[in-house]
Design a protein around this ligand. Structure first.
Ligand code: FES
Length: 110
């Protein structure tokens, strides 16, 4: 086992987790309501501000326990922020509130 905590603490300011779970049932799941498009919108927003992967990682996850028919579940760590009903259209508002309009609150960007 390698403890890589310090390595990530130096590189990463935040990690965005996006549920893309798709279940074959009548219950709501993010994968059935546009999660892939939401992931793409999040990556694009960060890329346009030179913050994708270098300072902010984005990972697709399974169920975050915030299932909804209205959109995708997203969590930003270590902010301990949790959202549901996220759509590609609401991604700019969400990320601006977390990181600033030009991602100026992201440490280590650029
Ligand atoms: S299926 Fe996405 S939070 Fe449950």
């Amino acid at each position: 086992m390698k403890n890589r905590t310090e390595e990530h603490r130096e590189r990463l300011d935040a990690h965005v987790f996006v549920c893309t779970n798709d279940r074959d049932s009548e219950h709501a799941s993010c994968g059935a309501v546009g999660a892939e498009e939401t992931v793409a919108a999040i990556k694009d927003w960060l890329r346009e501000r030179n913050a994708f992967w270098t300072a902010v990682s984005v990972s697709e996850t399974s169920c975050l326990g915030l299932c909804s028919e209205g959109g995708t579940a997203v969590s930003i760590q270590p902010h301990n922020s949790w959202y549901s009903d996220v759509t590609p259209e609401s991604v700019p508002e969400l990320l601006e509130s977390a990181f600033g309009p030009n991602a100026e609150r992201i440490r280590g960007k650029d």
